[in-house]
Design a protein around this ligand. Structure first.
Ligand SMILES: [Zn+2]
Length: 330
């Protein structure tokens, strides 16, 4: 199996995907006559016949053969040629350009990087800032509107306890694909607990964060990997200087799938002996999550000068930033 790195707009990251290799006969079965002639036999559609010439809403133009994201609607411009024209691809990874000397001309052919589909040609007479004109065949592309893209990205929620919630919250706020982070209390018995009550250790609650994430951009497992990288899961009821049951390490799962993913990951981490002691993280079903008092939300970013943040949170967050740099919001 040959893989190829492709930028995935839905996930906003580069993913390694399998290269698609099919015979002409196979493509012929899967495509309309026009799509086949253009993408597989390197044909050219008649100018002005582009099937989406009336589309003006924001979205993405994908490869009609393999759904690789190729151009953003924001890079489309009116070239007056009768062919859809773009001044840049969505990512240089997603296309291949190579010299084409057919028909006695010297041109640069543009192909899909994943399936090798012929898309069109690129010329040097485009608008600023690239100066390029990607002159494409509309029949080689498929338009997906922003609304359709968003529909396929359901939001999921993870609830995690890893010591002081200020710190855990600060870390997750920076990660791509995470839409919302709330600090709160869960896992105990007291209804509507206050911070003072939780600090007595009599409520049974843990300081926890509830992370709402876009499952198409970051997986639950990746959320857990980040979680394990920013706290010590081997110290019972303790994180650094903070001790008490409210500082226990816990994963409060929302469904069976999350439970299975958490158990599997903990098994793998224990086997890898990343810590000297075994992982004591509790895995428990989520009951009720109580959001913490307003002054606890976004505590780290609002209290950078505070002594506790300087000593405990800053080094953790900085270490996290260095390690997960490529996943962070810019
Ligand atoms: Zn393709």
């Amino acid at each position: 199996m040959t893989t190829v790195p492709i930028y995935d707009a839905g996930q906003n990251r580069v993913v390694n995907v399998e290269k698609i290799e099919k015979s002409d006969a196979e493509w012929k079965k899967l495509l309309t006559k026009k799509q086949y002639e253009i993408t597989t036999r390197k044909g050219t559609e008649a100018p002005g016949t582009c099937p989406f010439s009336e589309v003006h809403e924001p979205g993405i133009f994908q490869c009609v053969r393999c759904q690789t994201d190729l151009f953003r609607s924001s890079s489309k411009f009116e070239s007056g040629t009768g062919w859809p024209s773009y001044y840049e691809p969505i990512s240089p990874l997603n296309i291949v350009e190579h010299p084409d000397r057919s028909f006695g001309m010297v041109r640069t052919e543009v192909l899909c990087a994943r399936c090798g589909s012929h898309l069109g040609h690129v010329f040097d007479d485009g608008p600023p800032t690239t100066g390029k004109r990607y002159c494409m065949n509309g029949f080689a592309l498929k338009f997906v509107s922003e609304g359709e893209l968003n529909q396929s990205t359901p939001l999921e929620v993870a609830t995690l306890a890893g010591g002081c919630f200020w710190c855990v919250e600060a870390v997750f706020r920076e990660v791509n694909g995470i839409e919302k982070v709330i600090s709160g209390y869960t896992g105990g018995t007291t209804v509507n607990p206050t911070y003072q009550q939780v600090c007595t250790c009599e409520t049974g609650h843990a300081e926890a964060v509830q992370v709402t994430f876009d499952a198409a951009r970051i997986s639950y497992r990746e959320i857990l990997e980040i979680f394990f990288s920013v706290h010590d899961p081997t110290t019972p009821n303790r994180q650094g200087p903070d001790t008490g049951t409210q500082y226990r390490s816990a994963i409060f799962y929302h469904n069976k799938q999350q439970k299975a993913i958490a158990e599997k990951l903990i098994g793998e981490l224990d086997k890898a002996h990343l810590w000297q002691k075994p992982i004591v993280t509790q895995i428990a079903p989520l009951d009720k999550f109580y959001p913490a008092e307003e002054y606890h939300q976004e505590y780290f970013s609002r209290n950078l000068e505070q002594g506790y943040c300087q000593v405990v949170i800053s080094p953790k967050v900085n270490k996290f930033r260095a390690h997960w740099a490529k996943r962070l919001k810019k």
